[in-house]
Design a protein around this ligand. Sequence first.
Ligand code: HEC
Ligand code: HEC
Length: 369
Amino acid sequence: MIRSKNISPIRVGLLGSLLVFALAVGCQKANAPDPDPGPTDPGGGGIVYKPTQVTLRQPANFPAMVYDLSQNPLTVEGVALGKSLFYDAQLSRDTTVSCGFCHQQFAGFGHSDHALSHGIDSKFGTRNVPGLQNLGWDREFFWDGGVTSLDELPIAPIQNPVEMDLKFSEALSRVQKSPKYPPMFQAAFGSDTVTTARFLKAISQFLLTLVSADSRYDKYVRKEAGGDLSSDELAGLTLFQQKCATCHATDLFTDKSYRNNGLPVSSINDQGRYRITLNEADRLKFKVPSLRNVEKTFPYMHDGRFTTLEQVIDHYRTGVQDSPSLDPALKANGQLGISLTDIQRNQLVAFLKTLTDNTFISNRAFSPN
Ligand code: HEC
Ligand code: HEC
């Protein structure tokens, strides 16, 4: 996923630091620009601030990334810090719930089996945990687009009373007090002081490395080895392009718009995008989710109402409900839903499973240490 440009030990004694300095000068490697300049060695403990730049991959079949990396250049140290925070349950009030508790790698960073998000004290939220991948290509987050900056997003789950339920200031102070983190902040940002900006930038750095672009479908599109699709999968791809790709567009499998795909309103009565804009036209609209790793991110939809992909497609075939905000694509020619035969449904499911990226799901760089 990520390529290191420069390999150098970071925490070394005084003698070692002189040696590393000599090596670094000798190699003339480009340093990452300092995202957050701080004193080089405030404690005088011989800690050299020399972060190793990471180049984020831009897959050939993706549109251009939208996250502004110049504001937060990725480094090996920043990513490692962000990963540590992502998997740290200290960031929840009773130290039981980490980000990774809900966003599980084997489930494409969704939460397997739980329809609704399940957090501290076993409390349930009102929405399904979305899978995480390719976040650098997103400007708006959550099912309703309620968060508009990746760098601010972690404050929401940390403070949410049914997720991690910890005051953000308390989270920062726990991190500052732990023996583990100040040296990691020093290595990543040149200062061992835990600030809001550094904390959030580090988590973004880790999240940005979660690039999923090596499914069998990707290899097929890029004409790489291992990119063979069966005749059923190819038939499914054609059907997908005809019937689904207006909304699940591009190789990110979403056009990032908010749409009503005709789900009957449940007892939770989630009004989706309307909650953010208070615009009547946005009632019952939800962000079109990416379908990458969709085989692994069940259950499906904003409230996890469907368990299988067959159920999802049956919804599009026979379950679509009319309402003022129903997407026009789902009532073309006065007919509700998308017509598909049983065989075509199975071909679509076969195609959707080619979007599973096993390299991503098993990548040790994304797992807890
Ligand atoms: C209790 C379960 C839970 C925990 C803990 C949790 N999340 Fe989430 N996460 C969710 C749910 C549910 C959503 C969708 C929220 C919504 O749509 O309102 C979400 C959405 C997200 C998204 C947006 C994905 C998208 O495509 O819109 C990101 C990124 C994310 N979480 C990262 C994190 C990070 C980082 C942490 C830790 C600081 C974290 N989450 C902790 C349940 C959780
Ligand atoms: C009009 C736009 C539109 C069309 C056409 C469309 N979808 Fe969707 N799709 C959505 C939206 C919006 C959601 C999320 C709805 C929600 O949760 O409330 C969604 C959700 C899904 C999900 C659940 C993903 C998850 O992570 O929960 C799957 C799977 C899916 N669609 C597959 C398809 C397939 C296959 C087709 C073609 C047969 C299709 N969609 C056609 C808009 C569309």
